[in-house]
Design a binder for this molecule. Structure first.
Ligand SMILES: NC(=O)c1ccc[n+]([C@@H]2O[C@H](COP(=O)([O-])OP(=O)(O)OC[C@H]3O[C@@H](n4cnc5c(N)ncnc54)[C@H](O)[C@@H]3O)[C@@H](O)[C@H]2O)c1
Length: 333
């Protein structure tokens, strides 16, 4: 399946296939030099499949985890590229989850003002969310995505078979973003979760979730207006994620955030879905503990907290709240 991303400045394709890595040379026009950036949890067989088809590929393996989205790792990669006389016409390939994609994308965006970039996402989260939309970044001083930019890849290549090695918790984590996509823009996608068919129809789930995000980013590439709806569950989710730093995964925090922004009917369905998936969300918090994180969030302007709500599936809307109004929502008043 080829999904075109139709943006004026830099249109590109997302290609989704069950075993894409086996025939990767059909989808990439390799350059003189290629650096594959990956992490130490990604099975070497995936790297070898790419390397067997490319001459002159070097590998840069980071330590898996959010800590690697750092200035220190960024600098070390830049150093390696400079020493190997990498040019703007050469190519960076990201092979991994969202951490690898965000970091490698930021390297590609900034190395000599931008070199070729291909993203090969291998986690559900990266397939349905982070590889799409061009946001690339690293963290600094504990602030997530503090340094970053928008940089579109030349292609996004999705090999569904790579998901077979993804740990279940991470597998579910990314699918929560697909559930969010269903709530925002695709009833039938949401129903695949309600009816517990998502695991039998995974390819369909991933493609449908990509289509929901595609439609939104094509209208608002630089996150100025309608792209805000993608923050469904994220205002509170990000705060809970920061409060439980390192213990809770992003999608799990978003699932908790969804508790406050859906109608009771949708919430009931969501609870059932998460139970069937085996998602455990035992992360209690008090409003006062997470409020500082909500207020620190880059999405807060003039003390107005913007929440995305969905009462009726496919019909998201935004509301602006002050702290007291938000407290009432969290306390269920
Ligand atoms: N750019 C964006 O628009 C955007 C959107 C959402 C999230 N993000 C970022 O994405 C990151 C989270 O992404 P993630 O959830 O993919 O985390 P991750 O990259 O840390 O991957 C999760 C874990 O799974 C492992 N893994 C990935 N694919 C695997 C595979 N096929 N087999 C075995 N192990 C595999 C990784 O090594 C890691 O240990 C965060 O840094 C977040 O800020 C970016």
């Amino acid at each position: 399946m080829i999904i075109p991303i139709e943006i004026d400045t830099n249109p590109y394709e997302i290609i989704v296939l069950p075993h894409l890595l086996d025939e990767i040379d059909q989808y990439i026009n390799f350059s003189n030099r290629t650096m594959i950036i990956t992490d130490n949890h990604i099975p070497t067989i995936y790297i070898e499949k790419i390397r067997s088809k490319i001459k002159n590929a070097s590998i840069y393996t980071i330590t898996a985890g959010e800590e690697s989205k750092s200035l220190a790792v960024y600098e070390a990669i830049m150093d390696r590229l400079l020493k190997s006389n990498f040019t703007r016409k050469d190519m960076i390939i990201a092979l991994g989850g969202g951490v690898v994609g965000d970091l490698a994308g930021f390297v590609a965006a900034t190395y000599k003002r931008g070199c070729r970039f291909i993203n090969i996402p291998t986690s559900t989260l990266a397939m349905v969310d982070s590889s799409l939309g061009g946001k690339v970044a690293i963290n600094m001083n504990g602030v997530k995505n503090a340094i970053g930019t928008f940089y579109q890849p030349e292609k996004v290549l999705i090999d569904l078979s790579t998901l077979s090695s993804l740990p279940k918790r991470h597998f579910n984590n990314g699918l929560i973003e697909a559930i969010k996509a269903g709530l925002l823009g695709d009833k039938t996608l949401f129903e695949l979760f309600v009816t517990d068919q998502y695991h039998l129809r995974l390819e369909e789930v991933i493609i449908k979730a990509i289509y929901v995000k595609k439609k939104i980013i094509e209208q608002d590439l630089y996150d100025q207006n309608i792209r805000q709806v993608l923050n469904l569950g994220h205002t509170l989710g990000h705060a809970i994620e920061s409060y439980y730093k390192g213990e809770i995964l992003h999608g799990e925090a978003v699932a908790l955030g969804l508790n406050y922004v859906l109608s009771s009917e949708l919430l009931e369905k969501l609870d059932k879905i998460l139970k069937n998936m085996g998602v455990v969300l035992d992360y209690p918090f008090h409003y006062k503990e997470i409020l500082p994180y909500i207020l620190n969030d880059k999405k807060i302007d003039n003390d107005e907290i913007v929440l995305v709500k969905v009462d009726q599936i496919e019909k998201p809307y935004l509301i602006s709240l002050n702290q007291e109004e938000l407290l009432n929502i969290i306390q269920g008043e």
